[in-house]
Design a protein around this ligand. Structure first.
Ligand SMILES: [Zn+2]
Ligand SMILES: [Zn+2]
Length: 338
């Protein structure tokens, strides 16, 4: 499938398989990058991703934003006839081109949504930071009391150890409640306000976009198409996967009748470094320029003729494989890294 081809090429060369688990209408569904299982998803959310190299599990990722949805629908059994040689078959037989005459067909999903942010409600982030704070807090208090007692008593018996534990635990509780109270009083409302503001701005952005007839689904699909081209290019040699975790801001400007959108996202970038999976969340900014695209992928089968020789183009390459003429296949939005 054209949506996945760039990443698939990289994963195949490294022997990596990614199993993604979705939550779709109350059901758990799965898609594997090695194509061993690819269930259709309709506005599902990702709940887990498992990274395998040559069958060994290297990493699990479990934190995803439940407001970002995904759709992958493909009816590969539909009939299709090759435009060049007339071979008849099912659409899925043409994924790697016509099996008979090798004419390129750029095949895409009937319906897809990639990292589409549908909802702007607030979600409460996971509570694991509270547990971590509490553990740190206990260790800190025990050390504090321990040092104090060790330096002030002339003798050091078992009784002192019990004293350290009891007093240390008590102090840690007091500190924890102070922290918890301050957190609830100062930090949480401030964070909430900030998030609400940025959500409101994004809702307004999408309202303004209506006058340009811009579809949100298409915009996010296009963004992901461009991100894939970027992350699976030679510039990012060790990237094997990425996930947009949240959209922080979207801003548009018009220049010479052209529309530009600056987008700021939190993105988790997964790299394979020395046979280990490295995962890092980064905040990145990109500029998207809206272009008049003559060639635009439609659903399902795309036959794109070369502007020079008329042969069918493979949209994932840069030149026509028959005559070598460059084709600037572009989507509606063209991306630049900032
Ligand atoms: Zn054919
Ligand atoms: Zn050509």
């Amino acid at each position: 499938m054209i949506t996945e081809s760039k990443q698939a090429k990289r994963l195949n060369s490294l022997g990596i398989n990614i199993k993604t688990f979705f939550y779709d209408n109350g059901k758990k569904k799965q898609r594997n990058t090695d194509n061993s299982l690819n269930q259709d998803i309709k506005q599902g959310i990702i709940i887990e991703k498992d990274y395998y190299k040559h069958g060994d599990l290297l990493r699990k990722e479990k934190s995803f934003d439940s407001r970002i949805s995904y759709t992958y629908e493909f009816s590969g059994e539909d009939k299709y006839t090759c435009k060049n040689c007339g071979m008849e078959g099912e659409v899925k037989d043409f994924t790697d081109g016509c099996p008979y005459c090798h004419t390129n067909y750029n095949i895409d999903y009937d319906n897809k949504e990639l990292s589409n942010k549908k909802y702007y409600d607030l979600i409460i982030k996971d509570k694991s930071y509270i547990i971590k704070t509490f553990i740190l807090d206990i260790v800190f208090s025990l050390l504090l009391v321990g040092i104090y007692i060790y330096n002030t008593s002339r003798t050091f018996y078992t009784f002192d150890i019990i004293k350290i534990i009891v007093i240390g635990f008590f102090i840690s509780l007091v500190l924890f409640f102070i922290f918890y109270y301050l957190d609830a009083l100062i930090i949480l409302p401030w964070l909430r306000k900030k998030k609400e503001k940025s959500n409101q701005k994004q809702v307004e952005f999408w309202n303004r976009m209506q006058k340009y007839f811009i579809s949100k689904t298409k915009f996010y699909n296009n963004l992901n198409y461009e991100l894939r081209n970027l992350f699976y290019s030679d510039k990012y040699k060790d990237v094997v996967d990425y996930d947009i975790l949240d959209y922080n801001s979207l801003k548009e400007k018009e220049e010479d009748d052209k529309l530009f959108v600056t987008i700021n996202i939190d993105i988790r970038i997964i790299r394979l470094v020395n046979n280990k999976i490295e995962s890092k969340i980064e905040t990145k900014e990109f500029l998207l320029k809206r272009v008049e695209s003559k060639l635009e992928l439609t659903k399902k089968v795309n036959f794109i003729p070369c502007p020079n020789c008329g042969a069918s183009i493979d949209a994932t390459t840069e030149v026509c494989e028959y005559c070598g003429t460059p084709h600037n296949y572009l989507q509606e939005w063209y991306l630049q890294e900032l």
